[in-house]
Ligand binder design. Sequence first.
Ligand SMILES: [Zn+2]
Length: 761
Amino acid sequence: MHGVDGRVAWLFAILWLPLAAAADTSPGSPSTGPSDGRAVELLSHELAVTLIPARHQLLATDRITLKALSPQFQQVSFSLNRALRVTRIQQRRGADLLPLAFTVQAPGTRPEGMAEREASLSGGEEQAQWVTVRVAAPAGSDRTLTMEWSYEGVIHDPPREPRHLRFVTPSETAGHIGSEGVYLSGETHWYPDVPGARPSYRVRVTTPEGWEAVTQGQQRHKQVSGTSGDRSVTADWEVTVRTEALTLVANRFVKASREWHPPSGDKIEVAAYLFPDDAQLADEYLDASIQYLEAYTKLLGPYPFPKFAVVENFFASGLGMPSFTLLGSGVVKRHYVQPFALGHEIVHSWLGNWVFNDPGTGNWVEGLTTYLANYYYDELTGKAEQAREQRRMMLLGYAVYVRPDTDYPVGRFRRKSDQKDNAIGYQKAAMVFHMLRREIGDEAFWAGVRKLVADYGSSSAAWGDLERVFAETARRDLRWFFAQWVEGAGAPSLSIAEAVTSGDGVPGGMITLRVRLTQVGAAYRLRLPLAVKVEGGTVHATMVAMDSADQVFTLSVPARPLSLQVDPDFETFRRLAREQLPPMLNLFVTDQERSMVPPAGGTEAERAPYQDLVARLASEKGGQEAGQKPVRAHATDQDAAVARGSVLILGGPGVNRAADWAARGCGSGVSLGRDRFTVDGHTYEGPGMALLLSCRHVDRPDRVVTLFYGLTPPAAATVARLLFFYGWQSYLVFRDGTVVARGDFSSPSERLEVLFGEGSG
Ligand SMILES: [Zn+2]
C-alpha cells in the first residue's frame, strides 16, 4: 500500500502520529522542581544493568546522589517496579558503606505521611511500589548524600495487540525483557525514582553478545568480555541533558552511523539501529535524518542533543524520546522517511522533547510540530501545490470529523485518542500557527519560534507563554488572536451573500464589484484573500479584513469579472459545511446514521470479495463518533433510498441491484456496466479494474451514497481490505489495487465561489 501515491501516505501520517503524541506527553512531562515541599532533590543515577533476555531478567545496581533540601529529613520514598526486589541499600560515608534500613510498601498503597499529590507518577502507576529508605542526614556542607542500591527481578509484559484499529497507544506494554527485544520506559519504573525528579544519568548496560542497547544521550564505550559461548557486551552511556524518564531498549541491532557537523556547535552522531533484515535501509534513514536536521536547525536553532537515532522496535510504535525515535518494524519497512513521519519525529527533538508542554495546560506541541513538519516542509522545498492541498486537507479533516456539538477549543487539547482530537489538536492547531504567521509576518513568526526554543529549552511552556513570545517578536498585542483561535471552540462559517458589478460599459473605466460576505454564528476577525478573475483571464488578488457577521466590500477591477472566489488557497481556517464538501466515503463513515446494501445477486464467487466488509460494518456497534448508530443493512435500493443516513452499496451491476441507483446522484457523467464503467469522461475496462464512487444522495444532498465494486472478484478483493484508506475523494479508479485515477465532484459553494453569468450585474 505504500507508494501508491502521496495521498495514501498522508493518511498513514494520521494513523501513526498518535504514538508520537502520547510519547510526548507522558515521559517528557517536566517536573515542577523541588520547590513543592519535597525534602530532597535527586541529582544523578549511576546505573549498572545486566539484561538477560532469555530469562526476562534484570540485575541492577544504582548509585543515587541526592541533595537534602531540608536538614531534618530522615527518610526518602522511591518508586520502583513491583516485580523488582531490592536486595540491599547502603549509604556511602567517606570510604565506608553503611547498610540502610528500608521498608517496601504493599502495592497500591503509599508511604505514611506522603500526600497523594507527592505520590503522583507520570504513568505506569499500577506497576509501581514504594520503597522508603531511612537515612542519616548528610553532614557535608553541600548536603549531598550517595546511596547504592542493588535490585533484581523479572520484567515480563509482552506487548499486546493494539486495542484500537486506528489509534495505537504506546502503553501496550509496561516494559518487557525477552528474546524478541527489551523495552524499559518511564512507565516501567525500572530504576528507583522520586516523582518529579530531573536527574542526569550514567548507564552501564550488559547484554548477551550480538545484542546492542540504546538509550538517551551518548554512548561512550563498548566492550565484549567473557569466554567463547558465553560472551557479553557492556556499553556505557552518558545522559547529561536532565530528564524525567529514561528509556532503555535493546535488541540484535545492526548499527550504522555518521557524523553530522551542524553549522555551529559540536558534531552530532546520527545513527540507525535496525534489525538485520532491514539493515539495508540504514542509508535511507541516515540521509533523511541529516536532511531534516539541517533544515530544522536553521528554523529552530541548534539541535539540543548529542545524537539522533532511528531505532527499530519489536512492537508497533512511533515513540519519540529525547535523542532517539523508536519505530515499529512495520513502519521502518515502509520507508518512514517523509516529512509527516521522520520529519515530524525530528521536529519533536526541539518541541516536546526539549521544550515540553506545560502538563497543567493544553498541548500546543503537536500543532506546532505538525505545522513545521507535515505542512511547512512542502513550502520550504517549493512544493506550493502540495502545501495548498495540505491546508485543504486540514479544513476537510475538521469538517468531516468535528461536529459543532462536540467541538472543543484548541487550548483544551491534551492528547489524541480519535480522529476528532487529531482534527482539533493537530490540524486546526497547525492552521492556527499558519494564520499567526500570516498575521505577524515571516520575520516575527520565525524569530518567535526560535525564541520559544531558546527561552524554554529544558523546561515547559504553555499557550500563554507562546502568546507572550510571539507578541514580543511581533511587537504587538495578540490577545484577540489567541482568544479567538486557541481559547474559543469552532471556526468561522463563511458565505458570499451577494456579489454585483456596476460600471460595466464605460470604455476604459474600472468596474466596481460589490461583495457582501456573511458569517454564521459568532463573528470572527479575519483577513481574507479574494480572487477576482476577469475577462482576458487575469486574476486580481486582494485581501480584506472582516470583523463582523455581515460586511460589504467594494473592489475595483479593470475588466468584466468572470468569477469571485473567497480564500481560494485555504489560508484561513473555516468550517466547510458537510453538504458543501465533495461527496466522499468519509462522509458515510462519519454520518450519524448509516445503511448498507450488501450484494444479493450474481454468483457466490462474485459476492465473496465484499463479505468481509459487510461483516465488519455489521459488527460495528456505533462508530468512533459520539452518538453514531450501528450500520443498518438493507436488502434493496428502495429500502436504502428511504433510510435516513448515508448509504454504502457493495457490488456492481448484476451483483447489487442498488448499484445504478447509487450513481444517479452523480449525474450523467457516470455510467456503470458489468464489464466497464465511465467516470469523469473516461471509460475503464479490463479484469483488474475497480471503482469507489461517492455521489450526493438524490433526495437529501447532505448525505452521500457510496458504491464500491470491481469488474472481477479479484479486482474487488485487492481494494476491499484497504477501502477505508480511500475516504477523501469522490471517485477513485483502481487497476490491480493501484489508484490510476481520482477526482472530486466539487461544488462552487465548497470553493466559496461566485460565477458571473453573461450580462449579470
Ligand atoms: Zn507528534
